[in-house]
Each structure stands twice: as C-alpha cells, then as structure tokens.
Write a protein of this length. Structure first.
Length: 373
C-alpha cells in the first residue's frame, strides 16, 4: 500500500459503487451485483478489475455500449452443452446466469461446456471459477475480447489479441471436522491474462499505481517499454485512458508459449462461441467490446479419482514444501495470494490510489450520489 492510498472498508465501497450504478438507472439487484464483483476484484488484489472500472462502465451504459438487466439467450442446448448469447448485458449479470447453467448441467451429467458470447466486460474470471468451485466443480475458462485487440503476438509488434484471460479452478478441500458442510479450504485457482500484464494494470500504472514490469509493452517501432503512453498515447492526470489513442501494444507473456495460449483463447472463447475473435473495430469506430468465454465444468464425483479435492490439496502441500529459492519467502499454491489478500483487505480495508478515488467521486458527483464519510 502506498503512503497516500485511501483505505476504505469493503462494505462502504460496495454500497457507494452500487449507489453509483443505481443512479445510472441500473436495477438495485444489478447495481449490487456489479458492485459486489468489482469490490471482489479489489479484495483479491486485482485492483485492475476492481472499482477503477466504474467510470468506464458508467460511460458504457450511458452511451448504450452495454445494456441493463439482460437475460441470457440460449441459442443451442443439449444435456452437456449450451451456446449462450449475453446480448451485451453487464458481465456481472450475464456471468452468473451462464455459470449457473454450466453448474446445473455438470451436476446432472458429470460435465458441461458453456459457450458464452457477447457478454459485457465479465471482469475477474476467478469469480466465475470460484462460483463453480463453491458448488464442488472443477472449471476451465478460455476468454477473449471481441473488438479488443491490445496485445502483440510473440515476434510481432502490431496488436492481434486481447489480453485473453485463462482460468482453472479446483475446489478447496472440505475444512476440518466440525465446520459446516460447505466450509472449504481456499480453492486452487489459476487466473491470469495471457498478456504480460492485464490492461487494467497499465491503467493502474498510468494513474500512479504499481509500475509495469520490464518489457511489458512494445512500441510500434519494436522497442520494449514500461511507459503507459505506449498503450494510451500522451497522458495528463485527467485525460481518459483509451487504448485506441496509443500506437504500441502489450506483450504476450511467456514468449511463444503465452502467445500460443492467447491465440487459442481467441479461437475457443471468440470463434467457437460465435462472438468473434479479437480484431480492429469495424470502420475504426468505437465499438461494443464484449467478452466471449468457453467454459468446461467437471463434477469430480463422476470421475475415477478417490477423494479428488483432498488429493489435490495434498499435492498442493507437497508442491509448497519445495525449499524456497534465494530471496523468495515461500512457495505458494495458485489462488493463495488472492485468498490472503482477501483476508487482509476484509479486515483492514481496501487501499485505493488517490486518482482512482477521485475518479469515483467525480462520477458520483455527476450522478448526484452522496459521498460516503
Ligand atoms: P496475475 O499476473 O496477478 O496472476 C494471477 C495468478 O497467478 C493467480 O492464479 C494467482 O494465484 C497466481 N499467482 C500469483 N503469484 C503466485 C505465486 N507466487 N505462486 C503461485 N501462484 C501465484 O494476473 P493478471 O494476468 O494480472 O490478471 C489479473 C486479473 O485480470 C485476473 O483476475 C483475470 O481474470 C483478469 N482479466 C480479465 C480480462 C477480461 O477481459 N475480463 C482480461 C484480462 C485479465
């Protein structure tokens, strides 16, 4: 946490953000869902997908790029799959409907695949993996952004992919005896962008937050950069952060391996779902940016492994027992950083950079929403 960060209790922040969306004519239920998921991203340490997105979401809804209270449309269906159109509804409203459909089918058939297209920004993908894991299911998610190209492929400089997140979540083992039936150890959660950094991390850096790691960006002439202006063009404190204004790109993580995974996220999350791959907005205009997500849900009880979640936890403990490398305090399991940050931020409050807080106050004032004390 930086010295000038503002610490806000999660409950206060959730009510404030929900009030902003209600003032933008969202239903109380939808406003609450959006606020819950944005704050959940902050709680897990992914500030790039947290309340910093509020001004952008308000802009999307007031200009008709995202729609209020949309019900998913199931365009094809069998006991083990469904193709779902989100019709550019808020991702926080479309996501739960699509995931719950996958959970219901996998609980009955042992597995299910849900091909979701045209959802508004669906936020932190870990929320969807955790929702399935809370129901005892393993899930795998390939995600793309139609009309959202930001990332240069390995060996290239021009943008060809979005930040295409990939997620796998394994349910945590049941807690010690005496705990409630649904109480679990933290889920094992892989959840990251296939770009070296998520776009939101460039956004955070551009507002004075955590600087970008070496080589995160590439300029149009092919040199590596950590300057957010590579993505957003020339910036002042108050100028909008629009990737369309920049000429450079974010780099794919892991050289050819990350680039190939991003490629497959576009094919599965974009083309197979019917939403479309990353690419320039037709006519170069400001278009409707949407997430596509191909999700695979597996009920471990339908597979042969005995005590699957307990064995997965034992394996995680074994991995964590590897002796720490120099200057590394300990080995962590995937999902552990998010779990620890959540515990700490629930207890101590969520740190927000002053710029992020100011941008929330500005949007709240424009909608006559009272500012929390
Ligand atoms: P990141 O680079 O912080 O990686 C997070 C992942 O790495 C988690 O699974 C975490 O548990 C694991 N991890 C971190 N440190 C670890 C350690 N020491 N040992 C073991 N595992 C460790 O994530 P990111 O790429 O910056 O992505 C941030 C968020 O942005 C994600 O939640 C992602 O879903 C979201 N995102 C969404 C979109 C979208 O279009 N909706 C696009 C891109 C990213």
């Amino acid at each position: 946490m930086a010295a000038d960060d503002i610490l806000i209790p999660a409950t206060t922040l959730t009510s404030f953000v929900a009030a902003i969306f209600r003032a933008a004519a969202c239903s109380p239920e939808e406003a609450g869902r959006i606020a819950h998921h944005l704050v959940s991203a902050n709680l897990t340490g992914h500030d790039s997908h947290g309340v910093i997105r509020t001004p952008r979401y308000i802009d999307y809804v007031t200009t008709g790029l995202v729609h209020r209270d949309v019900k998913i449309d199931i365009t094809a269906e069998s006991p083990t799959h469904a193709v779902v159109d989100g019709h550019y509804g808020f991702g926080q409203t479309i996501g739960p409907q699509a995931v719950d459909l996958g959970i219901a089918k996998a609980k009955s058939a042992g597995m299910a695949i849900i091909a979701l297209r045209k959802s508004g920004h669906i936020g932190r993908i870990g929320d969807w993996g955790e929702r399935a894991a809370d129901a005892g299911l393993v899930s795998i998610h390939f995600v793309n952004v139609e009309n959202g190209e930001l990332v240069a492929p390995f060996g290239g400089t021009d943008r060809r992919f979005s930040t295409n997140p990939f997620c796998i979540c394994i349910p945590g083992a049941p807690s010690a005896a005496g705990a409630s039936e649904t109480a679990r150890e933290p889920h094992l959660l892989l959840d990251f962008a296939t770009s070296l950094v998520a776009e939101g991390k460039v956004l955070v850096a551009s507002r004075g937050g955590k600087p970008l790691p070496e080589g995160a960006l590439i300029t149009e002439s092919g040199t590596l950069s950590t300057n957010p202006e590579t993505l957003y063009g020339p910036l002042t404190d108050t100028s909008p952060r629009d990737p369309k204004n920049g000429t450079g790109a974010i780099r794919a993580f892991g050289d050819h391996k990350g680039s190939a995974l991003a490629f497959m996220c576009d094919i599965l999350g974009g083309i197979l779902t019917g939403g479309g791959p990353s690419g320039p907005v037709p006519g170069g205009k400001r278009g409707q940016i949407s997430n596509g997500m191909l999700s695979i849900y597996l009920d471990p009880t339908h597979f042969g492994a005995q005590n699957f979640v307990a064995q997965a936890k034992d394996f995680a403990d074994y991995v964590k027992s590897s002796r720490p490398a120099t200057n590394t305090p300990e080995v962590l399991a995937p999902g552990e950083p998010e779990h620890r940050t959540r515990q700490s931020r629930l207890q101590n409050g969520i740190p927000l950079q002053p710029d992020t807080w100011t941008s929330l106050l500005t949007v709240a004032q424009s909608l006559n929403v009272p500012i929390p004390n």
